[in-house]
Every structure is written in C-alpha cells, then in structure tokens.
Design a protein around this ligand. Structure first.
Ligand code: MG
Length: 254
C-alpha cells in the first residue's frame, strides 16, 4: 500500500530533506585526493547530530556507518573506512536522515579531482536521468513513466541501468511501497497522486547492467568492473508538479 502524506507531513519531510541535501553538499565539498571514506562518514555523523537528525543508515539491517561510500566500480552500499580517495576516481555518496520521524534520502556521485571525459559523461548522464525521472513524477502519470524516462535516457547514451536495486516510496520508513525500477515500459503501475513521496535513484553502469555483492555482504559492484554512478532525490508528487524534498533551495523540476 502506498502511504499518502498530508501537506503537513510533506513539510516535515522537506525539513528532513534539507538536512540531507546540506549534508550531501558539504560532503561533496570535502571530496578530494587524500581524504578517507571514514573521515567523510565521521563528518556526516557529526553534522546530523548537530542538526538534531538521526543518520538513517547506521544500524539499518546492521549497516555499520552513517553514509554509504561507493568508489568507481562499486555501485551502492560501500562501507566507509580507511580507503583514501585518489585523483581521477569517483565516489558515490548516499545519505539518509530522520527528522521528526520522517526520512530523507539522497545520493550523488562526485569526481575526485580531474576525471576522464568518459567518466564525466557517465556522471552527467546519470544526473540528467534523475532529472528526467523526476520530471515524470506528476499527478496523472503512472509510476513506470518515471522508470521509462530514466532507462530511455541512459541507454540512448550507451550506458546501462542496474536492475537488482530500485528506488522506493519513503516517509515514516526509509523503504515504503512502491518499488521504482529504473527501467521498463511507460504507462504501467499505479497512477501518481498528490502526497506520494518517492526516492528516485538511477544507478547507471558504464558497461553491462549486471552487479554482484562482495564478501562483506554490503558492497555492490559491477560484474564487469566498469564504473558506476548513482544520483538520488526524495521527491513529493504535488498538484503543482514534483517537489524535490532533498534540494538545498526550493526547486520545482521539469
Ligand atoms: Mg534510496
């Protein structure tokens, strides 16, 4: 069942989303050669505590850190630790927080220093795929219109979308119905209604779409070792169009 949120609840989710957005921005400012993923995690945890927010991922199914840090061929769910970032790499940072009982969830992939043009193209394509998915989060559309817009954009640029991991409804729980695949034909699934709150999150591989989970039981990597990017926003469907809850400033999409 899809839980619709009242206007008041969406306002609380906007506050949670703003904290997540600011954390992600500040983390991005810290991404540079020489910093460790563990240092980024500690920064995020301190930031959330200072803001009165609870890191959503810490302890989730036993996840040991406050953020996910996924490097290069890592797709999602990488565990922060002693690994030092090097110039030319990419890091996907996934951030979730709880404010007054509601979750916000967002992710972005950052270049570490200068990266190859083809890597820049992967990041730009994934960021734009998210924007195109969000633009479909409109009253009267069907859920898979989001999925289709993402897949079409990604594949037109020669990249592939991950199948095993998908976006999700979000609210008082981090993962609510519906599941939001980043692929599929348009015009399927539930009709979008005001008060639906959705975490839309294309995971895009430079090579094939297959992924495998590493021995740490968390880190998901591409099967072929090619690099992967991940962008995510939490979005509310409103009568006025999609409202990005994890934006720093008020921002209507599309
Ligand atoms: Mg998510």
């Amino acid at each position: 069942m899809i839980v619709l949120k009242s206007d008041d609840e969406v306002r609380v989710m906007r506050r949670a989303g703003r904290v997540v957005a600011e954390a992600l921005q500040r983390l991005g400012e810290r991404v540079a050669p020489g910093i460790t993923t563990g240092e980024l995690d500690r920064f995020a945890e301190d930031f959330f505590r200072r803001r009165g927010a609870i890191p959503a991922f810490k302890g989730y199914n036993g996840f040991p850190a406050s953020i996910c840090t996924s490097l290069n061929e890592q797709v999602v769910h990488g565990i922060p630790g002693p690994r030092t970032l090097k110039a030319g790499e990419i890091i996907s940072i996934d951030v979730g927080a709880v404010v007054d009982g509601f979750y916000g969830d967002a992710a972005a992939t950052f270049p570490v220093g200068q990266v190859e043009p083809e890597v820049e193209r992967l990041l730009a394509t994934t960021r734009e795929a998210l924007a195109r998915g969000i633009a479909q989060a409109r009253v009267g559309n069907r859920l898979s219109d989001i999925s289709h817009a993402i897949q079409t954009w990604v594949e037109a640029h020669g990249f592939s979308v991950v199948r095993e991991y998908v976006g999700h409804g979000i609210g008082r729980a981090m993962h609510e119905a519906p599941a939001i695949p980043n692929y599929g034909p348009p015009g399927r699934g539930p009709r979008l209604k005001p008060g639906m709150t959705l975490a839309i999150e294309p995971m895009v591989n430079a090579g094939g779409c297959e992924v495998v989970t590493k021995d740490d039981h968390w880190t998901v990597v591409t099967a072929d070792g090619e690099w992967s990017a991940h962008f995510e926003h939490t979005v509310a469907v409103t009568a006025d169009g999609p409202l990005i809850l994890t934006a720093l400033e008020e921002e209507a999409a599309g």
